[in-house]
Design a protein around this ligand. Structure first.
Ligand SMILES: [Zn+2]
Ligand SMILES: [Zn+2]
Length: 267
């Protein structure tokens, strides 16, 4: 089994990750990965929006750090990307970011279900107590569907993030998944198998097997990401993610160069 590219990795510029891109690349080389991609948390138009992303004036520095890793590890294919927060109304800002550098791909992620609450923020965990779990999941998937439908992203990140701390609705969420995956299929948008969920309370890959299964049935392509926030997390649990993909029927995954898709055989 050859490990697929790890297309979701961070840098210290986001203020909650450690290790330089070169350190992540070294780890990837040790593991025998042929390809990786950096997709750090993109800046917001307003630098004070929150405190877990790079500032706008650090964007060039971010690109430089990735370029340095490319020079240090010429044997690796290293992609330049961003993980961009999708919030309704931010589309023009996302287009501005997209035009700023020659990105290989953009991951669209929903962390915010309102302008002030990022559901995965451990410092805002108490907010869950005041909310109905199903309503949070509904609001989340509504935004995720808009993100897929926006056509702004090649990949949708960690598609069932609300399970992170173990908040799972008792009501059936299948209609939410359906709508989201139909939008992804229509726009040719991939979903990522993100192994960070295995390191969180939910102890499960994002998204869950039933979503991955449905994605396969609908013909939605996949990518792989560790969501590494430290070099030791690069490629973590990729064998498990690979097995999940194969088990539901996938024989191919995607990577991207210059925002154009490339098919990879999962062998
Ligand atoms: Zn992060
Ligand atoms: Zn994320």
């Amino acid at each position: 089994m050859k490990l697929p590219p790890d297309l979701h990795m961070h840098t210290p510029l986001c203020r909650h990750a450690t290790g330089e891109p070169t350190d992540y690349a070294r780890r990837a080389a040790e593991l025998g990965l042929a390809e990786i991609g950096f997709s750090d948390h993109s800046p917001m138009r307003d630098d004070d929006f929150d405190d877990w992303r790079m500032r706008f004036d650090q964007l060039d520095e971010y690109v430089e750090k990735v370029r340095r890793a490319q020079k240090d590890f010429p044997q690796l294919t290293i992609r330049l990307a961003l993980e961009i927060d999708y919030l309704p109304g931010h589309e023009d800002w996302i287009r501005e970011l997209a035009a700023r550098h020659p990105w290989d791909y953009l991951i669209g992620s929903v962390h915010y279900v309102s302008d002030t609450w990022a559901i995965d923020n451990p410092h805002k965990l108490s907010e869950w107590k005041h909310r109905d779990t199903f309503e949070v999941w509904s609001a989340y998937f509504e935004r995720l569907t808009l993100a897929a439908d926006s056509g702004l992203f090649e990949i949708i990140g960690h598609a069932d993030l609300p399970k992170k701390f173990g908040h799972r609705p008792t009501r059936d969420c299948a209609p939410l998944y359906e709508k989201f995956l139909n939008a992804a299929k229509a726009r040719g948008c991939a979903i990522e198998l993100n192994t960070a969920g295995l390191r969180k309370d939910c102890r499960e890959i994002y998204p869950s097997r039933d979503i991955v299964q449905l994605a396969f049935q609908k013909g939605v392509p996949i990518t792989f990401g560790s969501d590494a926030h430290a070099p030791t997390e690069v490629g973590m649990n990729f064998a498990e993610a690979w097995q999940l993909a194969r088990a539901v029927g996938y024989s191919e995954a995607l990577t991207f160069a210059g925002r154009k898709r490339q098919n990879l055989k999962l062998d």
